[in-house]
Design a protein around this ligand. Structure first.
Ligand SMILES: [Zn+2]
Length: 565
C-alpha cells in the first residue's frame, strides 16, 4: 500500500478539486441581504412563470407576459412591449412540427423594461433572457431561470440605490423558433442604440454550475472587468474559442456583429431535462440558479458602476481556478510558459540522461490514440439503431460519462500501468503534448492554456523535485498531480456535458495531460495485473454501452419531439 500513497493522495486530491470546481453554490434563503441574490426569492417567479409550457403565441405565453409586466413594473422599471414582427419561414415550419398543423404562430412580442440611471446619457447595460418555451416543456430552466434571475438581479441592484447608468431588461419572444425576437430587436428597435453591454442568460439542462461561455470579440477589457467583479466565476477562454467555431445559437448571436460588449451565461447539467416536459420548477437545480444570479449580479454591478464600459481589446486567456477566482493573462504569456516547460524538461534530461525518452513519447502517443479509438468505438456501441434521438442522447450523458471513465481507465491500464518511466521516460511522455502545446499556442492561443499550463507545472516540478529533500519533492509532485488531474477531470466533465453524446473522443486529451502529471508518482503494476485490470474495465464498458443501446427511449423526451432540436 505504501508505494501507492503518493499517487493515491494526488488522485484523491484531484477528485476533491474537481468536485469543488463543478458543484454550484448552495442556494441562498429569502432572508439573505437585500443587495444579494437569493435563489429562493427567484424561485417564487420560477414557480409562476414555469407552471405550464408557454410557447410563442400561446394563451399561456400571454398570461406569462402579463405576469412579467406586473413584476417589472413593481420593480420600478419603465415597461413597454414591442412587436417583433412575424415568425420567419423556418420558425413557422418548426412551429408546424410542434403543433401538427400549418397555421402560423401569432406575431412576436418582446418585453422591454428600463431602470433609469443617474446619468441617462451613458450607454446602458442590458440583461437578456427569453420568455417563450418549446412546445410541451414548462421550461423551468430554459429560460425561466434566466428570466427569474434577471428579475432578482434587478431587485438587488435597486436595493443598493440608483445605478450610475441605465439598466435595460429585454425578455425576447420566439427564441425557440430561431432567435426571432432578439433578431428583430437588434435589427430595428431604437433602444438598441442606447445599449453598450449585454448579459444573456440561457440553459441547456436543469442544473450544474453556470458558466460564462461566450463573449463579444476582442474580450480583453471585458474579461478584466469580469475577473474583478465575479467572486466565484466559472469561465474559460477554451469554451469561448470552441463556441466561436462550433455553430450553436442563443439570443446573443444577433448582437455579436454589433458594437456591444457582451457575455453569455448558461448551465448544461441534468441534461435530460433540456426541452423536457419534466423541466418543472421542482426539478430545477437551485444551486445553478444561485450560481447564475451571483455571477450576473456581480458582473452587472461592475458594468453599471464603470466610468466607461469595457471596449475592444485583444482577446485574453482566462480560466477559473476551481471557482476560487479567475486567472487572466495575455496570449503571449503562453509562449513564456512553453519556454519554462521546455527549460524544465531539458534540465531534467541533462541530469538523468536520455535513456527511455523515445519509449515515453511512444507510450503517451499510444495512450492518446488508444483512448480516442476506444472512446469512439464504445460510443458507437452505445448508439441505438436508426438516426440518434438528440434528447435521448442528452439523457444518456451521465451513463456516457461513466462509460468514458471505464474506457479511458482501460487505456491507462493497458498502455501505462506496467511501465516504470524514470525521469527521461516522463520527459518523453511530455513530448507529444509539447508538440500539441506549440501548435495550439500558434493557432489558437486562447485555447492553448489547458495544455500549456500543465506542461509548465510538470516541467518545473520535475526539476525542482530533484533538488528538494525526497519527502518534500514527493509532496510537490503530489500537489502538482492533484492540481493538474483535478483540473483535467473537471474539464473532461464539462466536455462530456457539452458534447459527450457525439464527441467523447475529445476527453482523451485531458486524460493524457492528467496522466502526465501523475506519471512521476505511479508505482508500477505487474504486467499481468495491468492487463487483467484493462480487460475487466473494457468488459464493464461493453456492458454499460450495450445497456445504453438497448435502454428504452428516455422518459424525459417529449412525446412530440422529432430528432431535430
Ligand atoms: Zn433557451
Amino acid at each position: 500500500m505504501g508505494k501507492f500513497a503518493g499517487w493515491l493522495a494526488a488522485v484523491l486530491g484531484g477528485i476533491a478539486l474537481a468536485i469543488i470546481a463543478t458543484t454550484p453554490p448552495s442556494p441562498k434563503s429569502a432572508a439573505t441581504a437585500m443587495t444579494a441574490f437569493s435563489a429562493e426569492r427567484a424561485m417564487s417567479d420560477v414557480r409562476r412563470v414555469a407552471s405550464a409550457p408557454h410557447p410563442t403565441g400561446s394563451a399561456e405565453n400571454e398570461k406569462v407576459r402579463g405576469f412579467l409586466i406586473a413584476r417589472m413594473q413593481a420593480l420600478g422599471l419603465d415597461v413597454s412591449s414591442s412587436s417583433a414582427g412575424l415568425v420567419d419561414a423556418r420558425g413557422t415550419a418548426k412551429y408546424a412540427r410542434w403543433t401538427g398543423h400549418a397555421e402560423p404562430p401569432k406575431p412576436l412580442i418582446n418585453l422591454i423594461g428600463v431602470l433609469p440611471g443617474q446619468d441617462r446619457s451613458l450607454p446602458a447595460v442590458m440583461l437578456m433572457a427569453h420568455h417563450d418555451t418549446v412546445w410541451g416543456s414548462p421550461g423551468a430552466a430554459d429560460d425561466t431561470a434566466g428570466v427569474s434571475a434577471t428579475l432578482e438581479v434587478v431587485r438587488a441592484i435597486r436595493a443598493a440605490g440608483q445605478p450610475r447608468r441605465d439598466l435595460v431588461v429585454l425578455f425576447t419572444d420566439g427564441e425557440e423558433l430561431g432567435l426571432q425576437g432578439a433578431r428583430a430587436f437588434f435589427a430595428g428597435n431604437p433602444l438598441r442604440l442606447k445599449v453598450g453591454a449585454i448579459v444573456n442568460m440561457e440553459a441547456r439542462g436543469g442544473g450544474g454550475r453556470t458558466a460564462m461561455f461566450q463573449t463579444s470579440p476582442a474580450n480583453g477589457a471585458a474579461m478584466a472587468l469580469f475577473a474583478q467583479h465575479v467572486a466565484r466565476p466559472s469561465a474559460g477562454s477554451l469554451a469561448v474559442f470552441l463556441y466561436r467555431i462550433l455553430p450553436n445559437d442563443t439570443d446573443l448571436t444577433p448582437t455579436l456583429k454589433g458594437p456591444y460588449t457582451s457575455y453569455n451565461f448558461a448551465f448544461i447539467g441534468r441534461s435530460a431535462l433540456y426541452h423536457s416536459p419534466r423541466a418543472t420548477p421542482d426539478r430545477l437545480d437551485r444551486g445553478a440558479l444561485q450560481d447564475m444570479g451571483d455571477q450576473v449580479l456581480g458582473l452587472t454591478n461592475g458594468l453599471l458602476a464603470a466610468d466607461a464600459l469595457p471596449g475592444r481589446a485583444p482577446d485574453a486567456v482566462f480560466f477559473d481556478l476551481f471557482g476560487f477566482g479567475l486567472a487572466i493573462y495575455s496570449v503571449w504569456t503562453g509562449w513564456i510558459m512553453l519556454g519554462l516547460a521546455g527549460a524544465g524538461l531539458v534540465m531534467a534530461l541533462r541530469s538523468n540522461g536520455v535513456a527511455g525518452l523515445g519509449t515515453g513519447a511512444a507510450r503517451m502517443t499510444g495512450l492518446i490514440a488508444l483512448a480516442a479509438a476506444l472512446l469512439y468505438a464504445f460510443n458507437w456501441l452505445s448508439l441505438k439503431a436508426g438516426p440518434p434521438n438528440y434528447y435521448d442522447r442528452l439523457a444518456a450523458i451521465p451513463r456516457l460519462e461513466a462509460l468514458s471513465l471505464l474506457v479511458t481507465g482501460a487505456a491507462v491500464a493497458l498502455v501505462l500501468a506496467s511501465w516504470k518511466p524514470g525521469k527521461a521516460g516522463a520527459v518523453g511522455a511530455a513530448l507529444p503534448l509539447v508538440v500539441l502545446g506549440i501548435v495550439a499556442q500558434a493557432l489558437a492561443p486562447t485555447a492553448a492554456y489547458f495544455v500549456v499550463v500543465p506542461l509548465a507545472l510538470v516541467g518545473l516540478s520535475l526539476v525542482i523535485a530533484d533538488r528538494l529533500r525526497v519527502a518534500i519533492g514527493f509532496g510537490l509532485l503530489a500537489m502538482i498531480g492533484a492540481l493538474v488531474s483535478g483540473y483535467m477531470l473537471a474539464l473532461a466533465h464539462q466536455i462530456m456535458q457539452g458534447v459527450g453524446a457525439t464527441l467523447p473522443m475529445l476527453t482523451a486529451l485531458p486524460l493524457a495531460i492528467a496522466m502526465l502529471a501523475l506519471l512521476p508518482l505511479w508505482p508500477q503494476l505487474p504486467r499481468r495485473t495491468a492487463r487483467l485490470t484493462g480487460g475487466v474495465l473494457l468488459l464493464a464498458a461493453a456492458g454499460l454501452a450495450l445497456s445504453v443501446r438497448f435502454a428504452p427511449l428516455a422518459d424525459t423526451v417529449a412525446a412530440y419531439a422529432d430528432t431535430k432540436h
